[in-house]
Design a protein. Structure first.
Lengths: 227, 458
């Protein structure tokens, strides 16, 4: 086998593999002082772009679809693998007025923004989640979630899909990042806002069509979370 | 077939040609001078929609839906109607643009900003609406954004970018297969330098479009009888960098604010017949504050949540000056409490570009709580905290004694006392708050705080 073929095989293996980045767990979870049984998954925000020879192109519809799929799959994986129940964002039986609906929408939006502000700090030193350094504060209680909710799940992600032209360019010229999906998932204590878990599953391949890869990446992403 | 040497020469010549042909329109655009006479409405005549443009349009529609769905659009009907009225007053009545449906919306974001989507959606953030002084300034912002839509800037920019990206990719491919020798070296140099030139032209073109939107915006203001000098005043307000976040980068898609003020003043010098009397502006300011007071209060809440305390103090003080004996006192108190041990203003040194970059890097490494702890360990931080907590306490008290007392000021006092480790006072204030506002949306949070404090006091 020539050196060129070996490189090609290695590249194929690398691009096809499901890579998973580390998981970081709060000491309270490790010591089982806090357990996660019931969670609320906030709407995922996953953005994908199409990388073409003529530059990046937005994929808003596909991003919306993928966000919903990721959100559902996170709930599914947590349920099947860790026996965690997912609750709705608004408590059942709540007779909310239109004003109340708007206020709840704002509360969720503001809390999502708060997570977006905290996320770069977490990503800067992910291992500090293990020291219990990150918290979103007790404002988390303003979400007025169903009683007994243990944690809130935040999902962010970004990915890239290559057009056939760009794929050809990748093979002919090189220097083009292959298609991928990179997620950042944070689980936050619903009572005091402490970041209990941070994981960033990642896989290579078209993010808009890869269902099994996504599931496998998520399963590995939550592997360390105690049942 | 050509001889090998000739082929490489042709490839080299071709790569140089590709770079310069794609630069051509930009270089020409940069030479263009602003028209001296008004040319409203600033339409891009005979714009033909292509497949690429329709894709951009679809993305814009989806973005509209996403902003709405994510709770980022401020749903205050009267404030939105006010924005709509100003927007419509700037658009010529007979004007109908293909695939444009005008929508004017307020975006819940404390950062001063505005943007337009090519489908006709104009967004102004609560942060910008709170920063500006009067309706004419709001008209200036909208006129700028309307020009982007009318001149089809998004489509034009996208088309131009696509050509440049294509060129960059072709250059990369040529570079990868460059032959050896001098010709190969020339190709390598050209293909290495080309992407940098391309990126510079992408940003340069974007700055040209911004400049056009500024100048055409002035024309639109004049046509709608708004004092055009307010466009310059908006730029001056945007230049106020309370949080030290306006960082100049190597590549910038907007001209610098200094540059904008300069060319707008120059353009205006030749165009404006009169400058609006100060008294008229004062009257206009009062009317504007009346119309958007609810937006301003909402923005203060967002600014406090985001820890933008310096901006919040400036904005809340303006509201207190406008309407003193009111809820506005509470917002000023909240702003001072949030400021905590931080200095009320950034120093001149802290406002230099390099210091701002350092601060941005540092803020990634520590949380707001860690920053506060660090500052409280310094004498200046302690002094600031004492002064600000005193000011906050006074303002909360005044809010409680206002004509229409604000119960939420009890919550503010509770939080202040909790930080000062006055547990029983804090619990008492929280209880008063819940007693006066039994259906408060943050009831669960405050109830929990009371329980924790009482536990500690046992």
């Amino acid at each position: 086998m020539s050196a060129r073929s070996i490189v090609l095989v290695v590249l194929l293996i690398v691009s096809g593999s499901h890579q998973v980045h580390a998981q970081f767990i709060h000491p309270k979870i490790k010591s089982k002082e806090t357990t996660i049984r019931r969670v609320v998954v906030l709407p995922a925000k996953v953005n994908v772009v199409r990388d073409s020879m003529k530059g990046p192109e937005g994929m808003a519809a596909e991003s919306d679809e993928l966000s919903v799929r990721v959100e559902k799959m996170v709930a599914e994986v947590l349920s099947k693998q860790k026996h965690v129940t997912t609750l709705p964002t608004t408590p059942a039986g709540t007779e909310a007025s239109t004003d109340g609906d708007a206020q709840q929408k704002y509360n969720v939006a503001d809390f999502q923004s708060k997570f977006d502000e905290l996320l770069p700090k977490i990503m800067k030193k992910r291992s500090d989640v293990k020291k219990g350094r990150f918290s979103m504060g007790d404002e988390v209680l303003n979400l007025n979630l169903e009683k007994g909710t243990d944690a809130i799940v935040f999902i962010r992600g970004n990915g890239k899909k290559l057009t056939s032209g760009k794929t050809a360019m990748r093979w002919l010229v090189g220097g083009v990042v292959p298609a991928y999906l990179q997620l950042q998932i944070g689980i936050v204590d619903a009572r005091n806002g402490e970041v209990l878990l941070y994981t960033d599953p990642h896989f290579s391949g078209d993010p808009t069509t890869a269902v099994d890869r996504l599931r496998k990446a998520l399963e590995k992403g939550f592997k360390k979370l105690p049942e | 077939m050509f001889p090998r040497k000739l082929t490489t020469l042709i490839v080299a010549a071709l790569s140089v040609c590709i770079v310069f042909t794609s630069l051509g329109p930009v270089a020409l655009a940069q030479k263009k001078k602003a028209p001296v006479e008004a040319t409203p409405p600033p339409l891009r005549e005979e714009f033909k929609f292509g497949e690429v443009d329709l894709e951009v349009l679809e993305q814009a529609d989806l973005l509209d839906a996403r902003l709405e769905r994510d709770g980022l659009v401020f749903a205050d009907e009267s404030a939105n109607a006010y924005l709509r009225r100003i927007g419509k007053s700037l658009i010529p009545r007979e004007l109908e643009l293909e695939r444009v449906s005008w929508r004017f919306r307020i975006l819940r974001d404390p950062q001063p900003n505005a943007f337009a989507l090519p489908n006709g959606s104009i967004y102004v953030t609560t942060g910008l609406m709170t920063l500006i002084d009067n309706e004419s300034q709001l008209a200036a912002i909208i006129a700028h954004e309307l020009t982007h839509v009318m001149r089809r800037h998004t489509y034009v920019h996208n088309r131009s970018n696509r050509k440049k990206f294509m060129t960059m990719n072709v250059m990369a491919a040529i570079g990868a297969y460059a032959p050896g020798g001098i010709v190969g070296a020339v190709i390598m140099v050209v293909t290495t330098v080309a992407p940098f030139i391309m990126v510079a032209t992408i940003y340069g073109y974007s700055r040209d479009l911004e400049r056009e939107a500024d100048l055409k915006g002035i024309d639109m203001m004049i046509s709608a009888e708004y004092p055009p000098e307010e466009m310059v005043n908006v730029m001056k307000l945007l230049d106020k960098d309370f949080e030290g976040e306006n960082i100049r980068l190597f590549y910038n898609d907007h001209p610098s604010l200094d540059e904008r003020i300069k060319y707008l003043s120059g353009y205006l010098g030749a165009r404006a017949d009169k400058v609006t009397p100060q008294m008229e502006l004062h009257r206009e300011r009062a009317a504007y504050f009346q119309n958007v007071e609810s937006v301003m209060r909402h923005d203060l809440q967002l600014a406090v949540n985001a820890g933008r305390a310096r901006s919040a103090i400036y904005l809340a003080q303006r509201l207190v000056d406008f309407h003193p004996d009111s809820e506005n006192l509470f917002w000023l108190a909240e702003s001072y409490r949030t400021l905590g041990p931080r200095a009320p203003q950034l120093t001149e040194r802290e406002l230099t570009n390099s210091a701002k970059k350092d601060a941005a890097k540092k803020s990634l490494k520590r949380t707001a709580e860690e920053e506060e702890r660090e500052l409280l360990a310094t004498p200046a931080g302690k002094e600031n905290w004492q002064r600000h907590q005193q000011m906050a306490e006074d303002l909360y008290r005044r809010a409680l004694n206002a004509e229409n007392p604000v119960p939420v000021a009890h919550r503010g006092l509770g939080m202040l006392y909790e930080k000062l480790e006055r547990g029983s006072d804090a619990a008492a204030e929280y209880e008063k708050y819940l007693e006066l506002s039994p259906s408060a949306s943050d009831r669960a949070r405050i109830q929990r705080r009371i329980e924790t404090l009482k536990e500690k006091l046992k």
